[in-house]
Design a protein around this ligand. Structure first.
Ligand code: COA
Length: 194
């Protein structure tokens, strides 16, 4: 397993920018990082993902890079340290909809970085792409994710009852969304103003 400190970041070119985070496009060379992040027990539990080999993660990233319906980013600190993965997936330009998924490395959670990265992703979705509605879903006990999404302006729209199985228990799936008009009403600087 590769340590984050060993990962060369010089070739990453940060693009989207939040107040405290930047994004760089996810590349195949990031497979070891993603593999480590998704293998961590809390992330695996909260995301409901199966353990996957490093080569399977690498192949998945390769396939995702071919997929024009998604944009995947490594979340970076201002000094280039990679702290997580965020993606705008299932982009449907006809309906103007997409979904967000996010995962931070364990040591970087609970410091506002998730909210900051979500803000920057919404600025991409509504400020650079003609999207109208962004959706997110998580099991209803994932308080950190629900709070970070609410901080970024998402509102809970519904509950898919008993929609997922985690650690032997059925969980409800909270469905959250934010509309373009709600993003426009947010009182915060946009990524391009920072
Ligand atoms: C979900 C996740 C991306 C959120 O990012 P983050 O940087 O930790 O979130 P933030 O610090 O911006 O905000 C979290 C909020 O939840 C609160 N929180 C965090 N953990 C909590 C917990 N266990 N119980 C209650 N509240 C909690 C924090 O206090 C903070 O609230 P505040 O802004 O009112 O102070 C990150 O925690 C993560 O990667 N978790 C594991 C994977 C995951 O769940 N992914 C999302 C699946 S949809």
């Amino acid at each position: 397993m590769q340590d984050e400190d060993d990962v060369p970041t010089a070739e990453r070119v940060p693009c989207r920018r939040g107040r405290r985070t930047a994004f760089a496009p996810l590349d195949v060379d990031d497979a070891e990082l993603v593999h480590a992040w998704r293998s961590e027990p809390v992330a695996a539990h909260e995301l409901g993902v199966w353990p996957r080999s490093l080569s399977a993660v690498r192949e998945r990233i390769e396939r995702d890079l071919e997929d024009t319906d998604r944009d995947d980013f490594v979340v970076l600190l201002p000094d280039g340290t990679p702290v997580g993965h965020i993606a705008l997936v299932d982009q449907d330009m006809a309906d103007g909809t997409a979904s967000v998924t996010i995962m931070l490395a364990e040591q970087w959670r609970g410091q506002g970085l998730g909210t900051d990265a979500l803000d920057a992703l919404l600025d991409l979705a509504f400020g650079e792409l003609p999207l109208h509605r962004i959706e997110a879903g998580t099991h209803s006990d994932n308080t950190a994710c629900l709070t970070a999404l609410a901080n970024a302006g998402f509102v809970q729209e519904g509950t898919r009852r008993s929609a997922c199985l985690h650690r032997g228990s059925r969980k409800d799936l909270a469905v959250l969304g934010i509309l373009r008009s709600e993003w426009e009403a947010l009182d915060r600087p946009r990524a391009w103003d920072l």
